[in-house]
Ligand binder design. Structure first.
Ligand code: B4P
Length: 193
């Protein structure tokens, strides 16, 4: 298996690049943001609880997203690898993911960390908010709260994987094609054919 974490602050291009990476490498895409938005669209109880937090720019509780990832891993036994997009977002989620993978004799191969300035993140998210219908993208103060949450809780994920020498920084500004090429270059260096 080849298991990859695409890491970065909100709006850094994780969702955008994930679509292309799964198409090239045949990995199973696991985006906790997408799963949560689908729960909201289906008006499940979990979705309604998550919506309140997401609309404030806060993270959903660890046990909720860890449970979602556990089910997704169990439901995809044939996957040749996973691309984790927007997960893990806390140190506790990282430790849980490592445990879930090691129970299957697997682990994370690499964490690709997209680096984008805060000014550019805000510009991109406000721009997406014009068309996406995402309530967490329309208001600059909510976007700033998401970025603050990232610094407070999510940056520790990179620290965790740095201990295992798994983190590679990739410039997340430029065209989508340029960034995709840079990500692929790093994957190719580590991927066993
Ligand atoms: P997510 O769905 O993960 O979304 P995100 O971080 O906001 O965006 P992403 O980085 O994927 O943006 P994209 O590439 O598409 O999270 C949403 C919320 O869900 C969180 O705030 C949290 O509440 C909750 N949540 C999710 N996972 C959780 C977890 N594990 N634990 C707890 N809570 C969780 O790019 C953004 C925009 O930039 C797009 O419009 C795109 O077109 C544009 N763009 C991309 N690349 C570009 C480029 N190179 N140049 C210019 N624009 C570009």
């Amino acid at each position: 298996m080849f298991n990859l974490i695409l890491f970065g602050p909100p709006g850094s291009g994780k969702g955008t690049q994930s679509e292309r990476l799964i198409a090239r490498y045949g990995l199973k895409h696991l985006s906790t943001g997408d799963i949560l938005r689908s729960e909201i669209a289906n008006q499940t109880r979990l979705g309604m609880e998550a919506k309140t937090l997401m609309d404030r720019g806060e993270l959903v509780p660890d046990e909720v997203v860890i449970g979602m990832i556990r089910s997704a891993l169990d439901n995809n036994p044939e996957a040749k690898g996973f691309l984790f997009d927007g997960f893990p977002r806390t140190k506790a989620q990282s430790v849980a993911l490592d445990t879930l993978l090691s129970e299957k004799g697997e682990g994370i191969n690499v964490v690709l960390a997209l680096e984008v300035t805060e000014e550019e993140l805000i510009k991109r998210l406000l721009n997406r908010g014009l068309t996406s219908g995402r309530t967490d993208d329309v208001n600059e103060s909510v976007i700033r709260a998401r970025i603050a949450e990232y610094h407070k809780k999510t940056s520790s994920v990179a620290d965790h994987y740095r201990e295992f020498d798994k983190v590679v920084g990739v410039k997340g500004e430029g065209t989508v094609d340029e960034i995709f090429d840079a990500l692929c270059e790093e994957i190719e260096k580590r991927k066993v054919a």
